[in-house]
Design a protein around this ligand. Structure first.
Ligand SMILES: Cc1cc2nc3c(=O)[nH]c(=O)nc-3n(C[C@H](O)[C@H](O)[C@H](O)COP(=O)(O)OP(=O)(O)OC[C@H]3O[C@@H](n4cnc5c(N)ncnc54)[C@H](O)[C@@H]3O)c2cc1C
Length: 474
């Protein structure tokens, strides 16, 4: 039986990064993953690469290009006649982007001498030398590991009574591969995935209705940003209904009927050609055989870990979507790095307060740190500075002036407590706020830093200056 210092179960962003870092640190490392591509072969990268972050961003970019060419190029004096959608090509391009990422990870495994096993991994027992992990693949194998890092990710949560068939009722996987643009697309859940998938198909011509159970739109985001975003999305034609309760979903050969109660208790019906269900994700511990070694799973199905990703078993760690914390690729990646470093005897730290969140709609939404409503609830004294992109020259040149930057800083010591952005390239702009917060920066610090002109990042500087009521461009 092959013997390793570290065996990582799962090659999603949490697992493959953990494996690379462990190998870099001189630990003999193996990674086991069961994902199969359309060709039946291993497709490294987990949900993120195969059915999440990467394909969604590929389609968001392609659909945005289609919308720009069809509706906005003319404003720039660029006349394009007969803009047509070639959905098959768009989906093919998305698959190519995914494949390039799969291959990139395989290359990194070879480069770092990480042994890869394709198949489902499950604990087979505990020995003095470590844990025995069985791989149920084309060729059943077993490995012995001094340390096991579990990075088995998550699966889409199904709506009770409406199982995914990936034809009419779609999870993220089906939503990324609809073969023709549906005339009417229903989406259940106005979270990140629902908004991103709804945006893709609306841009391509679908009439999109999003039904959300919560009474507030984007409750996790800062309320100013959520309010502004709701207005922009409504203008784009995304119909979002809040506070609904789904009572019945009926599927026929050609369409889906969703019955729900709207606020005020009225019964409503949504008829659509296809329905995307994006109501959250559940941790995946299927097939791990955790009980064989006594692995603790909490009441919500997550693997129980401490602040440093240690499970209840010595030498067994868990990271990424399968443990508490935000289900974000970069959160899992950083946990992977810190766990590998701890196994190698190093001190490692991950600040969960500075993990950025991004929603890749148009305009994009990004934030880090506390929202204004959280600060109020916690009784923290703060000052807020805001700056709209309509007053930013680069945004005007770009032709997208929607949104704003909002900086929240402590009222006494000016430490940045949260930064919230709605606007073009918010996903890129938020990095400055993350760096500032990691270095315990103040709003004055950002206000004093030279920002290139003209750039969207100047809105960050002006919002920071606005905290001290001294924005220069408004
Ligand atoms: C549509 C969509 C868009 C998203 N967009 C973003 C985004 O833009 N940014 C972002 O940060 N996050 C995004 N996410 C979330 C992101 O994909 C996840 O947070 C991330 O993939 C979690 O990484 P992970 O490594 O923990 O698990 P996963 O990526 O789920 O990988 C787990 C891997 O483990 C394998 N596995 C599971 N059990 C076993 C077993 N017993 N044996 C062998 N292999 C096993 C699985 O096959 C899989 O390959 C998105 C998610 C979706 C669905």
């Amino acid at each position: 039986m092959a013997n390793f210092d570290v065996v990582v179960i799962g090659a999603g962003p949490a697992g493959y990064i953990a494996a690379i870092r462990a190998a870099q640190l001189g630990l003999s490392t193996a990674c086991i993953d069961e994902w199969r591509g359309a060709d039946g072969k291993a497709a490294l990268g987990g949900t993120c690469t195969n059915a999440g972050c990467i394909p969604s961003k590929a389609l968001l970019q392609s659909s945005e290009n289609f919308e720009q060419a069809g509706h906005h190029f003319a404003e720039h004096g660029v006349k394009v006649k007969g803009v047509e959608l070639d959905l098959a090509q768009m989906l093919k391009r998305k698959d190519k982007v995914v494949k390039a990422s799969n291959d990139g990870i395989a290359y990194l495994f070879r480069k770092n001498k990480i042994a890869f096993f394709h198949g489902r991994a499950g604990f087979a027992g505990k020995r003095d030398a470590g844990y025995e992990v069985a791989v149920a693949g084309a060729k059943p194998e077993a490995v012995l590991a001094r340390h096991v890092i579990i990075a088995t990710g998550s699966n889409p949560r199904a709506l009770p009574g409406a199982a995914f068939d990936e034809d009419r009722i779609l999870s993220n996987s089906g939503a990324l591969a609809i073969p023709e643009v549906p005339k009417r697309l229903g989406v259940i859940g106005a979270g990140v995935i629902g908004l991103e998938m709804g945006s893709v198909w609306r841009r391509l011509g679908a009439e999109v209705t999003i039904l959300e159970a919560l009474p507030e739109f984007l409750g996790a985001a800062d309320e100013t940003i959520a309010r502004e975003a709701a207005k922009v999305f409504a203008k784009q034609g995304l119909a979002i209904q809040l506070g609904v309760k789904i009572t019945k979903v009926t599927v026929s050969k050609k369409n889906v009927t969703v019955q729900y109660t709207a606020p005020g208790n009225s019964t409503k019906i949504l008829e659509c050609d296809r329905l995307v269900v994006s109501i959250g994700r559940v941790p995946n511990t299927e097939g791990l055989n955790g009980a064989t070694v006594g692995l603790r799973i909490d009441e919500r199905g997550f693997i129980g870990v401490d602040d440093e990703c240690r499970t209840n078993l010595a030498g067994v760690w868990a990271i990424g979507d399968v443990v508490r914390g935000p289900m974000l690729a970069h959160k899992g990646e950083e946990e992977g790095v810190t766990v590998a470093e701890r196994i190698a005897g190093q001190r490692a730290h991950l600040d969960y307060n500075t993990i950025p969140w991004v929603i890749y709609t148009t305009p994009e939404i990004a934030w880090v740190g506390k929202t204004e409503q959280q600060l109020k609830a916690e009784g923290v004294e703060y000052r807020a500075g805001m700056f709209p992109f309509s007053a930013n020259a680069r945004a005007r040149a770009l032709g997208d002036t929607s949104g704003l930057v909002k900086v929240l800083a402590h009222a006494k010591n000016d430490a940045i407590l949260g930064v919230h952005i709605l606007g073009a390239y918010a996903s890129e702009l938020i990095a400055e706020a993350v760096v500032a917060m990691e270095f315990r920066g103040s709003s004055e610090d950002i206000g004093m830093i030279v920002h290139a002109h003209p750039s969207l990042s100047e809105a960050m500087k002006d919002a920071a200056l606005a905290v001290g009521k001294r924005a220069l461009n408004i």
